[in-house]
Each structure stands twice: as C-alpha cells, then as structure tokens.
Write a protein that binds this ligand. Structure first.
Ligand SMILES: [Zn+2]
Length: 51
C-alpha cells in the first residue's frame, strides 16, 4: 500500500520535477509541489493563498 501511495504521489500533476541526479549509490529527486490557484469564495479573486 505504501508503494502505491508513493507511485500515485509521483504521478500527480501537482508535482513539478526540477531535477533528477543519479549518484553512485543514490538518486536525488528534486521536486516541487504546485500551488493550485483557486477562486476565493469571499472576494472572487484568483488566489493560491487563503486570506
Ligand atoms: Zn478573498
């Protein structure tokens, strides 16, 4: 189950891949989470932060 979760996480469109660095005995994955912009229900502005 844990493996499936990680696979789904890595396939998520909310992930931005920045870099993959392969070393001799390890792989560095550099990823960034996308902030999903949404419409604020209160003022109608598009925002990625709660205010
Ligand atoms: Zn607002």
């Amino acid at each position: 189950m844990q493996g499936n979760y990680i696979t789904n996480f890595l396939k998520s469109e909310d992930i931005i891949w920045e870099d993959i660095i392969e070393n001799d005995n390890r792989i560095e994955l550099h990823i960034k989470m996308k902030q999903k912009p949404h419409i604020c229900p209160r003022c109608g502005a598009t925002t990625s932060k709660i205010h």
